[in-house]
Design a protein around this ligand. Structure first.
Ligand code: FER
Length: 566
């Protein structure tokens, strides 16, 4: 890859590495002179039927990385409802350059379209500031990504830059700087690299109004009707425009930092109204929950035999997360147990991998325990495949085989594997799952699970109690059926909890949402509230959530603190 315009030509650059120079551009969609010293790299990898071309340049300063994309595209479109199918720039960053396959705490994937509308696939939105301007033959994007660590000359980061080319509602192709597979969204190891250089001794960064501008943007998009005291935030929003702050002359960094601190404090002092607090609101998980914990749990694998439909047995396995400090010999400490089911086409290895693995959900649970968000617990990941191989029958294997195995092997609240002892410890047991795992959860609930499990976490999947997708197709009948199950069980509203969630972009949303609304009408058994002391059932909706585990992990981050309270 050769720089097409460079004043600092450097033939030694490796093919998967580009150079970035020190300097702080004003992010306003205009190309400042500071960009001129930086090599511009053409995107060499082309997929699909696209004729667009693009060049990229990268600058850095003490706080941020800046990307300039100049795109030639005669036809601009943001018609698709799917952000990556709109004309847009995507930035993929692996700040620590550890090329972890899974996205970790240092990794992000941000996108901005030609209307300067941002989408965040991974990472913290408050680190992203952009400006876009259209040109005669395309568009220019200037983007700033705030860094977690202060970089120096010689720092190397993982980087990928991508242009999505849309025609009408379709993405016809992509341009990429390094990756020709199109899989960088799923594997940071496919990124190339950027080498930071060119900072002179004592050279200073420019002014940073971006954190304040982003916080103002957040404050302005809040729903103030949810709060008793919205005026504290309204009064703390400074009366300045991006142009004022980017003009630069009048304002000092000190002035900006003071306004930022005041607005941040105001937002933190907001108090919800009683009515608003009845809803469970989605909160994005701080990305540092993905970091390796210094108090890691361990993963074990258990093998067992499960009855199959031919009258024989299938050999199956499940994984068990044991929290940091778990001591098999210390029977005085007992643990709650969460059983968590994968979705269709996935398996018991998906979430935890196996012994020695350190996947995202494990790190999240490690960090939640270490920070005191939740009590230490055991998490079990089985599979509905194998055995009777049917989500509507999995409860038989769960109650008949898995509970006796797991709850006697580990220090749980079950005194023995006898049904009476498993029932007596139901308040210390939860079951949840994603998609077909959610369908499994609803089946368990309706088929005797109430005797053994007090807590249910159906994520992004409806109940198929009355046939495939009956929660979506027959919401009233499905809700009435579920309510009747509870009434006939003898359990009261205060005896169980259903914490459900999905995203508005999730394919299961249209199935789950109507079922939940119908369930609310049966308020003798399903009492809607986010507060476990007021109700037994809530439904959390994430605006951007889609049908992936990335989002289900976020829901679990929000929901796990509500378990085992009651
Ligand atoms: C849903 C429940 C389950 C749903 C999809 C599924 C689209 C799972 C489908 C599959 O894994 O094939 O509500 O909505």
């Amino acid at each position: 890859m050769t720089p097409i315009s460079t004043t600092a030509g450097n033939d030694a650059i490796a093919p998967k590495r580009i150079a970035a120079y020190f300097g702080s551009p004003v992010v306003d969609g205009k190309i400042d002179p500071v960009w001129e010293k930086v090599p511009a790299y053409q995107a060499p990898h082309r997929s699909g039927d696209t004729r667009v071309s693009a060049t990229f340049r990268v600058l850095w300063d003490d706080r941020a990385l800046y990307v300039l994309a100049e795109v030639k595209d005669g036809h601009l479109s943001v018609q698709s409802g799917t952000p990556y199918m709109q004309d847009s720039l995507e930035i993929f960053l692996d700040e620590d350059n550890n090329k972890s396959q899974e996205y970790g705490v240092d990794d992000l994937q941000f996108r901005v379209n030609v209307e300067n509308v941002q989408t965040v696939d991974k990472g913290d939105a408050s680190r992203f500031y952009t400006a876009v301007s259209k040109t005669e033959d395309g568009y220019i994007v200037e983007a700033r990504v705030a860094l977690r660590k202060r970089p120096v000359n010689g720092t190397v980061m993982g980087l990928e830059l991508q242009i999505n080319d849309a025609v009408g509602e379709e993405r016809v192709g992509t341009l990429n700087l390094f990756d020709s597979t199109g899989m960088a969204w799923n594997d940071t190891g496919l990124f190339g690299e950027v080498l930071l250089s060119g900072k002179k001794f004592n050279e200073q960064s420019g002014i940073n109004p971006y954190d304040l501008l982003i916080l103002i943007r957040e404050a302005q998009s809040m729903d103030f009707t949810l709060y008793k005291n919205p005026e504290v935030v309204k009064n703390a929003i400074p009366d300045v425009t991006a142009e004022d702050l980017l003009g630069g002359q009048e304002v000092t960094q000190e002035w900006i930092d003071e306004r930022y601190a005041a607005l941040k404090a105001a937002i933190e002092s907001l108090e919800m109204t009683e009515e608003a607090a009845n809803e469970k609101y989605f909160r994005a998980m701080p990305t540092d929950y993905l970091a390796d914990s210094d108090r890691p749990g361990t993963i074990e694998t258990l093998w067992y035999e499960a009855d199959n439909t031919e009258g024989g047995k299938d050999r199956k396995k499940l994984h068990v997360y044991l929290p940091y400090g778990y001591d098999a010999s210390d029977k005085s400490v007992r643990y709650n147990v969460l059983y968590l089911m994968h979705g269709g086409g996935e398996n018991e290895d998906l979430l935890f991998g196996g012994p020695g693995e350190n996947r995202a959900l494990k790190r999240i649970i490690d960090n939640m325990i270490a920070r005191g968000d939740i009590e230490p617990l055991i998490v079990v990941t089985p599979s509905f495949y194998g055995g009777k191989n049917d989500v509507a029958l999995f409860h038989e294997e769960l109650i008949g085989t898995i509970l006796p195995l797991v709850e006697t092997k580990y220090n749980t609240y079950a005194k023995s594997a006898a049904p009476a002892d498993l029932k007596a410890s139901r308040a210390h047991r939860a079951f949840g799952g994603f998609s077909m795992g959610s369908v499994t959860t609803w089946h368990l609930f309706a088929k005797g699970g109430l005797d053994y499990f007090k807590y249910y976490i159906p994520l992004s999947g409806d109940s198929w109690a009355l046939g495939d997708r009956s929660g979506g197709l027959k919401p009233e009948e499905t809700a009435a059926f579920l309510a009747r199950v509870v009434r006939e069980s003898g359990y009261k509203a205060q005896d169980f909890y259903i914490f459900s969630a999905t995203g508005k972009q999730d394919i299961a949303y249209p199935n789950l949402k109507p079922q939940i609304e119908a369930m609310k009408k049966h308020d003798d058994v399903f009492r809607y509230s986010s507060k476990p002391e007021k109700g037994n059932f809530y439904f959390m909706e994430a605006e951007d959530g889609s049908h992936t585990w990335y989002w289900q992990n976020q829901y679990l981050y929000n929901i796990l603190p509500d378990l085992f309270k009651g």
